[in-house]
Write a protein that binds this ligand. Structure first.
Ligand code: G6P
Length: 367
């Protein structure tokens, strides 16, 4: 049936507020909360025998896949190949015997992602799809469907489906790690508990909207914006830049913070704000020094961090959004939310058509 806006100004605003529910419902399906363990549908292969996972997607789903790569590599010690679907489709990359192809798509209908699904199936890969619309073409053609339970997403720019995708990928990574013996039971419980904590932490993000609005006022004045992340939060910088471009039409680029000195630092001056995705995890000090370099060149630093990071960013960042403390493992899921809210708030200031940005389609079913 018809999905309404429930009193929100835009579908995007409504769907942003549905992040906690989308994450919670998704986790309900794939975890055993009492045991703090993962409970995925049965897989038709043993993760211990899988030589490689090949991740493919488009748009925001691709950035979710990039986070998935970090998790699969670091937790499950799993070799991972990843690319956007339009490239993967024509790369003629060799596929390993017993390999798994992991496709990620909100709609399950994106032409390029479906094209990769079909060609990797022909190459003998097991097909695992992470989908919001399970009764979709990709759903029908997959060996295993891992459903997100995000509910219908109407806004062209993806929001809650992104954190739901990440929740599924996190659970899959824990499950692979358990099966491959790279984590023990205590670690599985700790990681699962950090996931199960997310809905309440995600809800807390909405108490920071005023700070995000202060950040939005700086971003809305800019013609170009640079987003920086590091490690597992680099894909969240990409997601932030994509969302800003899509709905506010401000040019944004994302970089792994360590690459700043290899090019983009030459762009920085007062007119190019730098948005940092910087939870105080192991790479924080390195990000901090990258930001100090940017500030020394006149850059205006806007930072998403936690209480610990906020102390160190004082005097460096002009606006700081202090987010709830979370385990580093789930930080990309939590940080995606304020980054998307920032794009929304900027679009409001710019007066653009938030739900139907020009030239974009919700689901791209042609190549
Ligand atoms: C379009 C949408 C994006 C989405 C991408 C992939 O470009 O505007 O928000 O991330 O398609 O869509 P999918 O349905 O495959 O996740």
């Amino acid at each position: 049936g018809q999905v309404g806006k429930d009193g929100y100004r835009h579908y995007m605003e409504k769907e942003l507020h549905e992040h906690p529910v989308a994450i919670g419902q998704t986790l309900q399906r794939i975890t055993d909360p009492a045991a703090k363990t993962i409970a995925l549908p049965e897989l038709p292969f043993n993760p211990a025998d899988v030589p490689r996972v090949t991740i493919t997607a488009c748009g925001s789903a691709f950035y979710a896949g990039m986070v998935g790569r970090y998790w699969l590599e670091s937790l499950a010690r799993m070799p991972v190949e990843i690319d956007v679907a339009s490239e993967m489709r024509y790369r003629e990359a060799p596929q390993p015997n017993k390999g798994v192809a992991l496709l990620i798509s909100q709609s399950g209908e994106t032409a390029d992602t479906l094209g990769v699904l079909r060609s990797l199936k022909k190459e003998g890969q097991s097909i695992v799809s992470v989908l919001n619309v399970e009764h979709s073409t990709m759903g029908r053609e997959s060996d295993v469907v891992l459903g997100m339970v995000a509910g219908p997403e109407i806004s062209v720019a993806s929001t809650k489906a992104f954190t739901a995708q990440l929740s599924v990928l996190a659970a899959l990574s824990i499950e692979f790690a358990r099966a491959r013996g790279t984590i023990d039971q205590a670690q599985e419980e700790k990681l699962t508990a950090s996931l199960l904590d997310l809905p309440s932490k995600a809800a807390e993000v909405f108490t920071r909207v005023e700070d995000i609005q202060a950040m939005a006022r700086v971003v809305a004045e800019a013609r170009d914006v640079l987003y920086l992340g590091r490690g597992i939060c680099t894909p969240i910088a990409y997601e932030g830049a994509l969302k800003l471009k899509e709905i506010s039409y401000i040019h944004a680029e994302a970089y792994a913070a360590g690459e700043l000195k290899h090019g983009p630092i030459s762009l920085i001056d007062r007119t190019v704000p730098v948005v940092a995705i910087a939870p105080s995890t192991i790479l924080f000090e390195k990000t901090l020094s990258n930001l100090q370099e940017a500030k020394a060149r006149g850059g205006r630093i806007l930072a998403f961090t936690d209480a610990e990071g906020a102390k160190k960013l004082k005097g460096v960042a002009e606006v700081i959004v202090t987010l709830p403390d979370v385990d580093a493992f789930v930080a990309p899921i939590l940080y995606a939310i304020p980054v998307q809210i920032l794009a929304y708030e900027v679009a409001l200031l710019k007066g653009t058509d938030v739900d139907q940005p020009r030239n974009l389609a919700k689901s791209v079913t042609v190549e």
